[in-house]
Write a new protein. Structure first.
Length: 218
């Protein structure tokens, strides 16, 4: 999809005088019509941006993944029962993707960054922050005003499993049985977690995990 010719022309003979930079072509994937249409109207009012398409689902979004037609794709994480993160990753060429979501969870930031998103913006952010993220992404940069929680990022896969089971209220014996390890091994993992994270008990560990979003959100 080619951008329209917006070059200035001379006053009589049609001679080109100056070239205006092509607008950044933006597409929006969001399953809430009011949010989708409102965001499109806001961005269309910004100099140098042009909304070229919208979609409400993963299936509809497939038509917006051509980097020759779209420069930046704004992607909501929750699209009905699907996850917008499914559009990230892979080897196929695609536009720069900026995650635009109401869910300000550290694990979402971590997943977006790991899967190759160019930015992460919450829907409550000022319009200027969103526009800046779009411009950065279009220029090949990154726009992550939020970072994954350091404690969550430091957990090994096994530690993450143990913390998840502790949050579920499982005893050390039950954690061991669920993971196929001994109770003593579970106690060793917990002891190292307590020392490294500065917590004093299983309850404090579970509270921190929930409050700071260490675990995957469905």
């Amino acid at each position: 999809m080619a951008a329209p010719d917006r070059r200035s022309r001379g006053p009589g003979d049609g001679t080109r005088v100056t070239d205006q930079p092509a607008p950044i072509r933006v597409a929006i994937v969001d399953d809430h019509p009011v949010v989708r249409e409102g965001t499109a109207a806001l961005l269309d009012a910004q100099a140098g941006l042009r909304v070229v398409g919208t979609a409400s689902s993963i299936e509809e979004a497939s038509s917006l993944l051509d980097p020759s037609a779209v420069d930046v794709l704004l992607l909501d994480i929750r699209l009905g029962s699907d996850s917008g993160l499914a559009l990230l990753g892979g080897d196929e060429p695609r536009p720069a993707i900026v995650v635009l979501t109401a869910y300000d969870y550290p694990q979402y930031v971590a997943a977006a960054l790991r899967l190759g998103a160019s930015g992460f913006v919450v829907k409550t952010a000022p319009v200027a922050e969103l526009v800046d993220a779009i411009r950065r992404a279009a220029a090949g940069g990154l726009a992550f005003g939020r970072r994954p929680d350091a404690a969550a990022a430091s957990l090994t896969p096994r530690e993450r499993e143990i913390v998840g089971l502790v949050v579920d209220g499982r005893s050390n014996d039950e954690v061991g049985a669920a993971l196929g390890i001994t109770t003593k091994t579970v106690e060793g993992h917990l002891r190292r977690l307590f020392d490294r994270l500065g917590v004093q008990s299983r309850t404090e560990l579970a509270i921190r995990a929930l409050r700071e979003g260490w675990l995957e959100v469905p």
